[in-house]
Design a protein around this ligand. Sequence first.
Ligand code: GDP
Length: 299
Amino acid sequence: MSGFFSRLKQGLARSTQKLNAALTHRHLDEAALEELEEALIAADLGPAVAGRVIDGFRKSRFGKDVTPAEIQEALAAEIARVLEPVAIPFEPDFTHKPHVCLVVGVNGVGKTTTIGKMARWFGGQGKSVVMVAGDTFRAAAVEQLQVWGERTNAPVIAGKPGADPAGLAFEGIKRAREQGADIVFIDTAGRLHNKGALMEELAKIIRVIRKFDETAPHSVLLVLDATTGQNALEQVRVFREMVSVTGLIVTKLDGSARGGIVVALAEATGLPVHLVGVGEQVEDLRAFSAAEYARGLVG
Ligand code: GDP
């Protein structure tokens, strides 16, 4: 059993208490299917996907006597089908020197933590990383990133609270170029309550980094917190109005009662789900795997 599976399974098990209750059925009649559908909706798959999964299931198994294990297997296969197209690894294009990765998302979703984890991830692959503490609005975010920098041995470009994030991004890329770094992660503020200001801030960061490289940012990762459930869908919509999001990272799947949100996200957005966060430690980042996730979700 891989680390991804065991860690994630503990979190996802909470999503599926209802599903486990529904799995006692042995004869798949309409009532049993309805109960399963409700359980999937409760796990945050959303009505559309839950309906599709159950429809697929109805076609293949309706009226049959099935064991709970068979139900689990068939449900996992249906869910994996939805997830497969979006389970795309995060493979930065390192022909850019440096690859510039902008990390966006609402406050508290885990942006800063995820940047620290990615610094370790790519550092471990022999890549040299620079981090930019661009969430200058939240003093703690700057300190937090500095701690991650010490842990991962990667330089952190930071300013005083309230410093201009675009200026820091500029410094970060300059530094990365000077030292021949492979990738720069730019942390950003997540003040969604002040959408206009945030939009301007992100636009300015992008303008400034394009002075170095007009193809930058080369990736824009939107971080989402699985525990916010369906709200994550709205966050994707709002952030896509502001920036060209290239992929998603879903955090807090270790404690989530709503792991199904990843399935809803896959269906609604079609955006790649690159990585998932399964804890607060530096190693708690996993590549997203459709089959393993689907299997974890159905228990
Ligand atoms: P930011 O405001 O988006 O930069 O969010 P932070 O990186 O500061 O994270 C907010 C909180 O979420 C912190 O307490 C993190 O330790 C925690 N956190 C981040 N990712 C995960 C995760 O995958 N699992 C758990 N359980 N907590 C996480």
